[in-house]
Design a protein around this ligand. Sequence first.
Ligand code: BGC
Length: 276
Amino acid sequence: MQKTVQKPNKRLFGQTAIITGANSGIGAAIAQGIGMEGANVIINYISNPEAAEEIAHNICNDDICGRAIPFKADVSKEDQVQAMFEFAIKEFGTVDIVVPNAGIQIDYPLHEMPMSAWQKVMDVNLTGHFLCAREGLKEFIRRGLKPEISRSLGKIIHISSVHEVIPWAGHANYAASKGAIVMLMQSIAQEYAPMKVRANSIAPGAIRTPINKEAWDTPEALEKLNHLIPYKRIGEPSDIGSAAVWLASDESEYINGTTIFIDGAMTCYPGFTTNG
Ligand code: BGC
């Protein structure tokens, strides 16, 4: 009797993902989750190469779990993003999953905001998403559909924020960049869904990462933060990582052009719990 070779029971086996800003926080958790489900991953970073190496190392590197390779690139620079995609394609053959995640905050009252703070946030948080999505789409189209690997031509998972809908005083550049991601993502879905591309966003609430350390690193800060979170706990990077894995997999195949809020109900107007 002929022996059939079993495909390992991994949801993303045989796929390749590029995750930007993957050397810490949410990006690292997504890379970890996607790698553990069998995909090869590019751990993009801009600083702290040791952290990127460590994360790559912790994702098991064998035939079943996929390989993880760090790659330095500034996501706001066209040539660097292109070089990253070229590297991934050379190394792994194609790219199936793109997770534009790298994001920064540079906070100012708007009337004092220097042009540089506006521009830098837009460059990383919005142009970075555009460049990665564009290079991903090019590769999805070049490669063509491989139904034995995934029922979608490719998956783009934008990491935005609850501030794509919650206005944020003192952070207008950040909120504006996140609001813009919605229209970028939905326009991609509308344009490329007929080709079987899926574009979605994950909008994290307050997650325990370096970007908002001052909001959780003392008991007092955490207590104050919990007023904004009906579920009464800060989110952990793995809360986002597990959702990203599912969104990248065929289990969510019919989900396209939407945002999944992962925020402990932060977007449910917690200020109205006892008022109004
Ligand atoms: C920001 C965090 C903030 C959270 C909730 C995120 O997008 O990066 O700094 O804690 O939104 O306000």
